[in-house]
Design a protein around this ligand. Structure first.
Ligand code: SF4
Ligand code: ZN
Length: 290
């Protein structure tokens, strides 16, 4: 009995230390990369999943002016549950929640959009979601996203395999290769935290980790990269951090190249940043309306 009590005490003190470590890492990442300030009007892109829930929870704990933003893409058997959780989470933590939907904005939901346009689910979803977020967030100084170290290492590898340097230039603790007056900077305070650390923190502060994942996810190329990277991390612990560090080293040069390359301006249809006369979202919207 006494041993069990002792073990419990030990566990809770290690939990307290872990929470302290986690929040310190969050704050030091914010400071190191100048991600947020107390004066900022902050939006948190909130899906109801563990990463964005943790990002929202810690941002609200340390910054005063925070609104959660949820987007309903209309993904059947998935988004209803995460949205319901997002609403409950915001009610319980007294956080302002603004909701937008593909149906309201584009007249139809993701499955119908894919059928009509022939686009890939994740590409279409990502392009439209980013466009919608950008459109609705012009009054905010920063948008916090829940990307963690695992996400970032996967993205770096994916871009390398596809030789997609332009996308590579957009990665990093502050997304985007260039600043643009019509683009609210996306910042990633969980950038240096691993997925397993986020899960542990979520459990400790009572954030539900939903088991369900998006039905389109299995079709994503990212999943294969994730599996391979997990294997590599087991064989060579720290490889994900090493990928991030290598990327950060190369980033200034890649960004310098893309910020000096000609042609970057804005979409002539919607005014959002785009390298072409018409942005990818406007091309999809055109197909939707035809
Ligand atoms: Fe959208 Fe793909 Fe993410 Fe599903 S997995 S929410 S389709 S980007
Ligand atoms: Zn456009």
């Amino acid at each position: 009995m006494r041993t069990a009590k002792k073990r419990n005490r030990k566990t809770s003190s290690s939990d307290r230390n872990f929470k302290r470590y986690f929040e310190k890492k969050f704050l030091s990442t914010v400071r190191k990369y100048k991600l947020l300030s107390k004066k900022d009007k902050i939006a948190v892109a909130f899906s109801g999943g563990k990463d964005s829930s943790v990002a929202l929870y810690v941002t609200v704990k340390y910054f005063p002016n925070v609104t959660a933003i949820a987007i309903d893409e209309g993904i059947p058997g998935y988004r209803e549950e995460t949205l319901e959780y997002a609403r409950k989470f915001c009610r319980e933590h007294k956080i302002k929640l603004a909701e937008y939907s593909f149906r309201k904005e584009f007249g139809m939901e993701l499955p119908e959009i894919i059928r009509k346009t022939g686009g890939r689910p994740c590409t279409t979803c990502g392009v439209l979601r980013r466009w919608l977020l950008n459109k609705k967030l012009s009054g905010y100084d920063k948008v916090v996203t829940g990307h963690n170290m695992d996400d970032e290492a996967e993205a770096v590898l994916m871009n390398l395999i596809k030789a997609n340097l332009e996308e590579q230039a957009k990665l990093g603790p502050v997304s985007g290769a260039r600043r643009h007056r019509n683009f609210t900077p996306r910042v990633k305070p969980l950038y240096l935290l691993r997925e397993e650390e986020i899960i542990r923190y979520a459990h400790l502060v009572g954030i539900r980790v939903l088991k369900k994942s998006c039905p389109y996810r299995k079709k994503a190329f990212r999943l294969s990269i994730r599996k391979e990277l997990a294997k590599l991390e087991k064989e060579m612990p720290g490889i994900k951090l090493q990928i991030i560090k290598s990327h950060l080293k190369a980033l200034p040069k890649i960004r310098a190249y893309f910020s000096s390359s000609a042609g970057f301006s804005h979409c002539k249809t919607c005014g959002q940043p785009s390298a072409n006369r018409k942005c990818r979202a406007c091309m999809i919207i055109e197909k939707i309306n035809n």
